[in-house]
Ligand binder design. Structure first.
Ligand code: HMG
Length: 442
């Protein structure tokens, strides 16, 4: 019996900022962002959007596109680091929103017997959700699970993380009928507690919150959505952990150079070119190349063989990231969708080909695993229209971007939006304070 991904849906917010507009305002050479990091557009959440609406959109799309009976879904595991509450799972908000829309077709509370849960480990939380969902279906092969990865990446204005912002969600149906990708049960894992990027609870005064949530009392402890981070150190932690997890994967599988068997190498992409920039170390170790000095590292990165590896195995997975930015937990899955959508559009045959995944989450942990593309993959990918949908989004100007970032807008930029939206947050009733209410606009 095989296990893996049966179907996939995604949601990307409808607004973006052109990276060249950001570069111009911040005095950064556009070529650094475009040619150095691979950034073109930055996906932005509108006023009514958050990790719960993103997750609900991706879940509803998955259910509708593949005509899934929600009563067949035994578990919904949501990977997120943008939770809307520290106790009530964001998955419970998302599932409730979708339940309401499906009410007519499936009756009230069609997810009544579904086990709903959030999982958090920075960007690798979605991979953790997938890992656990697979464990669940391996034990219960007649059941299905849904994994959702949903996040928005927000950094302080004018910081080095600002140009890597983005957001959105990917939902995966996990079962013993893996029409898209059959995933083997070999997991290379490496973890170490570090402070490369984290979101501590912090005490804020009301004015520190940029006048934003009028809902907050004068001084409150809140989760910040802007991380404390050290960019170059986070790169080093990423590089160290993926190396350890990759070697753990080699040890478990007994394979010599696993990456050589992988048609696509799918990384967690905090920005489009990150995977290809950091994989040089593993590549050098695998091929006995010297990697000590900066000159040697550059020589590897610019070598003909390495450029061919990027072109053959990495480039297709970068394309969506260049258009969206960091989606934290959802980035690795969006990189996977990007690679498969591109192969689909270019009429490549992927059936039976192996795909390797290199996940990373700050704090820190890496997971390395692989899967085999199923015979039916074209039927699954045929529903996505990923790049057409990305082309339907609307650009905002820099002023609007800054207002969105500072939470200074009261009304949505897209006033006629369709789909899920946050309507209000309870501020009066003491036993409901902070409760969030959503609606759906067909
Ligand atoms: C990611 C960094 C550190 C990048 O930091 P940075 O200082 O913006 O960029 P850089 O100096 O590291 O690299 C710039 C590249 O552009 C090139 N360049 C320069 N000028 C030009 C030009 N004119 N024309 C063409 N190319 C140019 C330059 O040569 C270089 O390329 P290289 O040669 O090294 O390949 C920063 O954006 C940052 O702090 N981001 C936030 C943290 C982050 O994303 N870290 C990544 C690893 S940790 C992670 O992935 C986890 C995370 C963040 O997703 C969170 C989670 O797990 O929850």
């Amino acid at each position: 019996m095989s296990f893996g991904i049966e179907a996939a849906g995604y949601y990307v917010p409808g607004l973006y900022l052109e990276i060249k507009d950001l570069a111009e305002k911040r005095g950064i050479e556009p070529a650094k962002l475009e040619k150095g990091l691979g950034l073109h557009k930055m996906g932005l959440s509108d006023v009514h959007e958050d990790a719960a609406t993103f997750a609900a959109e991706a879940l509803l799309k998955l259910i509708k596109d593949y005509q899934i009976n929600p009563e067949e879904i035994a578990r919904v595991y949501l990977g997120t680091e943008s939770a809307v509450d520290a106790a009530k799972p964001t998955a419970s908000y998302a599932v409730q929103m979708v339940e309401k829309v499906l009410e007519e077709e499936f009756g009230t509370r069609c997810f009544r017997n579904c086990d709903v849960l959030d999982m958090t480990f920075a960007c690798v939380g979605g991979v953790d959700a997938l890992h656990n969902a697979l464990d669940f279906v391996r034990v219960n092969p007649d059941k299905k699970a849904v994994v959702i990865a949903s996040d928005y990446a927000k950094y302080e204005l004018a910081s080095s993380g600002e140009y890597t912002q983005g957001g959105g969600a990917v939902a995966l149906l996990v079962s013993s009928k893996p029409d898209l990708l059959e995933i083997e049960n070999n997991w290379g894992v490496a973890s170490e507690s570090v402070f490369d990027f984290f979101k501590p609870r912090r005490l804020y005064k009301k004015e520190d919150l940029n006048g934003a949530p009028e809902t907050y009392p004068d001084k409150v402890e809140v989760f910040t959505d802007e991380p404390v981070f050290d960019g170059q150190y986070s790169n080093q932690c990423y590089q160290d952990r993926i190396k350890e997890a990759y070697y753990h994967y080699k040890e478990i599988t007994g394979q010599n150079k696993p990456y050589e068997n992988w048609e696509h190498i799918i990384f967690h992409l905090p920005y489009a070119f990150h995977g290809k920039r950091v994989f040089t170390e593993i590549y050098s170790l695998e091929n006995d190349l010297s990697y000590e000095t900066a000159e040697e590292q550059k020589a590897v990165a610019k070598s003909e063989n390495y450029l061919k590896l990027i072109n053959d195995k990495i480039e297709k997975s970068q394309r969506a990231s260049s258009e969206i930015g960091n989606m934290y937990t959802a980035s690795i899955f969006m990189a996977f969708l990007s690679a498969l959508q591109t192969s689909f559009n270019e009429n490549e045959e992927l059936s039976g080909k192996e795909i390797g995944f290199v996940g990373y989450g700050s704090g820190s942990k890496s997971k390395v695993f692989a899967g085999k593309v199923s015979e039916n993959w074209r039927k699954v990918v045929g529903k996505w229209h990923l790049f057409e949908n990305l082309n339907q989004r609307s650009a905002v100007d820099f002023e609007t971007y800054e207002k969105l970032h500072r939470k200074q807008l009261r009304e949505s930029v897209n006033k006629n939006y369709k789909g899920f939206g946050l309507v209000s947050i309870e501020v009066e009733n003491p036993v409901l304070i902070g409760a969030r209410y959503y609606h759906y606009q067909p």
